[in-house]
Design a protein around this ligand. Structure first.
Ligand code: A3P
Length: 388
């Protein structure tokens, strides 16, 4: 009897001890929430942060959900099946959790377009902007507005090409040929007259050299003979070959007037592509300001990679892994910290430019000078490109 009583009281004491521990844990949790509030993070902000975090995860996972070509997602098909299921599950959970609040995960039409210019640094700009929590980038060039066959498929098709995003996020698509294709400004306006536009330009002669290097690389892939830059850019009499298509793309003012005919100047931001190469962060801060985004992209997310000769991205896997095969892992010895990933643009970005005599460069600079001045006057910004 005595033994039974002592067992019963031990049981009661145990239960009392367990409930005291639970109370202590709850009290601790409350005090942590209080600290968060004192630190400026209200409960709503904390929830929002958590939602954004899970949306970020979703965006990464969505790269394997089948909406984005497998080649671009960089995921094997075996991996895609469970991820698609995870996306669906997470999506349903978010919808319940958010209780029909505004941050539903969905595919949204772009609110920002990087419209060009070809070889201006469009890929680098897109990848760098994608470091921002509130940006959801389309990893491939969709060519919706410039290719008639795509445009005919309609906005629902275009939307289906978009990544999943929360409504706190801006979807960004880039197709550099938008800038030079005559029909595009009005088609874009018809989609959304308030869409924001970004154009990245660089010294038009450097851009032409870059374009030439790309064209020659694709000719080489087709076993076509190499050409000298000066034989393509100049006529036999030494004058500029104004029939050259690539040269026309460097006549920035010519295409800008079409855009400014349709959109107010305040909806267009111009990035200096030469500066983006030298020091990306300040240019990205300007884009954040233009878009009205919090300044979240950090200088320490870029590092100069001497092997590549360009800035590369560094950050957590969520920052830099976006299922894009235009990014390649930097060399193993650069993985100095296991928690961080390092990514550089693919080899097709940062090609060696042809060696060209100074006189050829000078002829081209003189040719572009009046066009450049017109462009500076139109945009109200002087890029200081050499004239001799
Ligand atoms: P080059 O290959 O001639 O050097 P786009 O993406 O519009 O095709 O532009 C390609 C250009 O982006 C490259 O031209 C390169 O100079 C420029 N660029 C800017 N920042 C870069 C970066 N961080 N890494 C690689 N290329 C970058």
């Amino acid at each position: 009897m005595g033994r039974r009583r002592s067992f019963g009281s031990r049981l009661l004491a145990g239960l009392a001890l367990a409930s005291m521990s639970i109370c202590l844990v709850l009290l601790h949790q409350l005090s942590q929430d209080g600290k968060a509030a004192i630190g400026g993070a209200t409960t709503n902000e904390a929830i929002e942060r958590r939602q954004r975090h899970s949306h970020r995860y979703l965006l990464m996972a969505a790269a394997g959900s089948g909406s984005i070509p497998a080649a671009a997602s960089g995921l094997e098909s075996k991996q895609r099946q469970p991820i698609a299921a995870a996306v669906a599950k997470e999506r349903a959970r978010n919808q319940v959790e958010n209780n029909n609040q505004s941050s539903m995960v969905d595919r949204r039409l772009p609110r920002l377009l990087i419209i060009g210019v070809r070889k201006g640094g469009t890929r680098a700009l897109l990848e760098m902007l994608n470091l921002h929590r509130d940006i959801a980038m389309v990893p491939v060039e969709v060519h919706f507005f410039d290719k008639f066959d795509n445009y005919q498929r309609g906005l629902d098709w275009y939307r289906s090409q978009m990544p999943l995003s929360s409504d706190a996020q801006l979807t960004v698509e880039k197709s550099p040929s938008y800038y030079v294709t005559p029909e595009v400004p009005e088609r874009v306006y018809a989609m959304n007259p308030h869409v924001q536009l970004v154009l990245i330009v660089r010294d038009p002669v450097t851009r032409l050299l870059s374009d030439f290097a790309q064209i020659e690389a694709s000719r080489a892939a087709q076993n076509l003979p190499n050409r000298r830059f000066q034989d393509v850019a100049l006529l036999p009499n030494g004058e500029v070959n104004t029939q050259n298509r690539a040269l026309h793309v460097s006549l920035y003012a010519k295409f800008l007037s079409r855009w400014l005919h349709v959109f107010p100047r305040r909806q267009l931001h111009i990035v200096d592509g030469d500066r983006l190469i030298q020091d990306p962060w300040p240019e990205l801060q300007k884009v954040e300001r233009f878009l009205g985004l919090d300044h979240l992209i950090r200088r320490d997310q870029f590092y100069f990679n001497a092997t590549k000769g360009f800035y590369c991205l560094t950050g957590t896997p969520a920052d830099v892994s976006n299922g894009n095969d235009n990014l390649t892992l930097a060399t193993a010895e650069e993985h100095h910290n296991h928690h961080y990933h390092h990514k550089c643009l693919a080899g097709s970005k940062g090609r060696r430019h042809p060696q060209v005599p100074d006189e050829v460069i000078s002829v081209l600079r003189q040719f572009f000078a009046p066009h450049n001045r017109k462009f500076f006057a139109m945009v109200g910004q002087d890029f200081d490109w050499p004239e001799q």
